[in-house]
Design a protein around this ligand. Sequence first.
Ligand code: HAM
Length: 484
Amino acid sequence: MMNKKSFAKAKAKKPAKPSAPKAGGKVAASDTKSTKKAYSVLRGMHDILPREDKYWRTFYRTSEHLADFYQFGKIETPILEEAGLFIRSIGKGTDVVDKEMYTFEDRDGTKVCLRPEATASIARAYISNGMWNHQQPVKLWYWGPMFRHDRPQSGRYREFFQAGFETIGIKDPAADAEIILIAYSFYKDIGLPVVIHINSIGTPEERERYVNELVSYYRNKRSYLCEDCRNRIAKNPLRLLDCKEESCQKVKEGAPQILDWLEEESKDYFMKVLEYLDELNIPYVPTPSLVRGLDYYTHTVFEIYPAFEESAEGAPTGKEGEQNSAASIPAQAALGGGGRYDLLVEELGGKPTPACGVALGLERAVNALRRQAEQNKIMVKDIKYDVFFAQLGDEAKRLALRLINEMRGTGLQLAFNFFKNSLKAQLELANNLKVPYVVILGQKEVQDQTLIIRDMESGVQEIIDQKKLESTLRKKLGKVSAEK
Ligand code: HAM
């Protein structure tokens, strides 16, 4: 044990030099304790602050509710995976693999990366946890951060959150439609009208024939293309259709369309997916140039865009149910995207297993809701409190802490602030929160084992027995059970 003397001795000792780390680079002089430095968040990353919490909570609850209703089990996979998993799944030549992965060597020399997306991880988990043995399809949902070292700009971050839904082990247009329905319902429930841009990219054989045609079309137009696109002709021709450069957009207008290169079976599959969307009244825009930026897709591919008018420059326009022009929409505005990936599980060493899924970009949903709120449309509501618990004096404060804790789990939404001691300040807070009732506990009430309930609208006060707090509030609020 350290006594006073040894404590003083230890204090007098010179601070030890920080030892060099085993892996992961040098410690900068400014990062040692001897100097002071104000750290800021890394470029492209961001803190999620309490003022945004109402959005995030709503998103989580909505995802969870949809997952429960459509019977998707929650899965969490590690943020760190072998880099090869994504290189193999997403494909060399894609922006994500070539430019955006956070890859580094682990201490044992394994090449690892921060996951840029979760579909590859889910396919890996499906195989490594023997889920092919379960009843098919296996339906999984997830929520978490993804990392892409992209050029940060509005709506594009280096760390961003996704909620995703994957249906593995079935090829049926109803599965594609269910995934799209879940995505559509998510935005509907959070108050954001959206439209689905949809296409089919068929089988790899169909795509190969189409790509040959696409390459010969683009070869003749080389001089009109941006430098990236010139490289894409040889490296990854499908990505030519993604380019947002104006000159390339013009060339794209005359490009062959993949739907014309699909066999009857693939066309038929796509039509069936669209028929489901018609039945479900989900607004969609067939978008022939939509090919997605990840290599694992087959057949159905889709992206979700806001369907409300925005004044912001470059933002999409259109109303729910209306078909808006695909060409006018910037890539970074996609709220979510997904599709079918029938070959991925096999590509990663599993049995042939068809699958489809979607991932929803949550920061973009926050931004879209904010923009919508600015235009006085729909807003995500703040938490609605039932009652404010005010206390006066030390003894009351102690008892209030216990009584409030006892109310936890009753389903009543309590607001309180132990760090404001005056009643006036606490009533002001209650007023700002627009609570219908305030419970007041002062010295006298502590002794009498009573509480005052104040009706904030009429100002009428009533004294009740402390034991009757929950039942009295329930009666006043019209809440009979513990369920809200
Ligand atoms: P993704 O299109 O790459 O698809 O990403 C889905 C959504 O994540 C995008 O539509 C966007 O909202 C958001 N997102 C992507 N990159 C960023 C970024 N840098 N900053 C902010 N938000 C971003 C996938 O990730 C596939 N795993 C989807 C899927 C699931 N396919 C089948 N199953």
